[in-house]
Design a protein around this ligand. Structure first.
Ligand code: HMG
Ligand code: MG
Length: 298
């Protein structure tokens, strides 16, 4: 009962680069995103319009958004925390606005400096403003499978936040395993409850591979009916406000698994490798994915 086709949302230029020590020059980011646009990806999260003191790596968000070549068949997305960020994202002509918050109070506070109840009205304003600007909105909910500060998070707590965001009118929720603690059993039991409340075509999963569990969790989610996954080329990524968080499941590893299973993604592996090599040259280090380890050993 695996799907024939899966949608992959590339988050490397945002989740990947926000967690690197090095701040890349704007032109390098643009060159990399332009190469990603040539791989067959249909969705690329290119930056985030957050406070530059909080994420200095992405302080050139407007220049990046304005500098990239747009492929009309690709949706270009970015993270937006508040109305100030939305204004900049609209100026940057971002197609899909991603709001974000946590299902756990402490991570939410550390990451966006507000309680959950104070965050929701801010996101509602962003969602309304984006809709007025003719944009679609995606919502990230973090720490769904565990919080670095609070440990386990109850499903009720996650559903409360998701219900609220769907009520505000977002098109899709991406459930974040921010610190890579989920297991396939936990994913299955979560999705068995989620499918009773939500149409799974509006749910994406965002696994970080901190403990090497991401592909196992993707496989479980596929079996439960999820068909959209976030990933980062080469396995870059992590949230600077979640201690110990490391990279997303690698796009190149994910499509290797899917293609081997006969599941289509529309993405060309050799073009991904080319884009990964470009990033390796910018960062002057090998990227952490399995596919790049194989490639680099040849
Ligand atoms: P704050 O300091 O509470 O903001 O930060 P504020 O509203 O009190 O404003 C303070 C000052 O910041 C003001 O300037 C604002 O104008 C300015 P002043 O009047 O003092 O000169 N300001 C801004 N400047 C630029 N862009 C903005 C902006 N907003 C306010 N958008 C804020 C609150 C949310 C802005 C801050 O906490 C922040 O930027 N946090 C971002 C943290 C972040 O990006 N984390 C990583 C992304 S989330 C993630 O990785 C998880 C995910 O991958 C899923 C998963 O893995 O689970 C998505
Ligand atoms: Mg993430």
């Amino acid at each position: 009962n695996w799907p024939e086709k899966v949608t992959i949302k590339e988050v490397g230029p945002r989740d990947g680069l926000q967690n690197e020590q090095i701040i890349l020059p704007t032109q390098s980011k643009i060159d990399w995103i332009d190469q990603l646009s040539d791989t067959g990806l249909s969705y690329i999260e290119v930056t985030s319009f957050v406070h530059p003191k909080w994420i200095p790596q992405l302080s050139d968000a407007v220049q990046v958004a304005k500098g990239i070549k747009r492929n009309p068949s690709i949706t270009y997305a970015a993270l937006v925390p508040n109305e100030r960020g939305l204004e900049a994202a609209l100026e940057g002509e971002i197609d899909d606005i991603s709001v974000f918050m946590s299902s756990s109070e402490t991570h939410n506070l550390k990451n966006i400096n507000k309680s959950i109840s104070d965050t929701l009205p801010v996101l509602k304003k962003v969602i309304d403003g984006a809709a007025n600007g003719g944009k679609t909105v995606r919502g990230y909910v973090s720490t769904v499978f565990g919080c670095p500060y609070e440990g386990e998070v109850s499903m009720d707590q996650v559903f409360r936040v998701c219900d609220q965001l769907f009520d505000y009118g977002i098109s899709e929720i991406s459930l974040g395993d921010t610190i890579g603690v989920a297991s396939p059993r936990q994913v299955a039991s979560f999705l068995e409850s989620a499918v009773k409340r939500y149409d799974l075509s509006r749910i994406a999963l965002h696994f970080h591979d901190t403990r090497g569990m991401a592909l196992a969790n993707v496989l479980q989610a596929l079996e439960c009916g999820v068909e959209t996954f976030d990933s980062s080329l080469g396995g870059l990524g992590g949230c600077p406000y979640a201690p110990g968080a490391s990279g997303n499941v690698a796009t190149d590893d994910l499509i290797h698994m899917l293609h081997k299973m006969g599941i289509q993604t529309g993405i060309k592996q050799e073009k991904l490798i080319k884009a990964a090599l470009l990033m390796q040259s910018f960062l002057e280090k090998p990227l952490p994915s399995h596919q790049m380890a194989v490639y680099n050993a040849q």
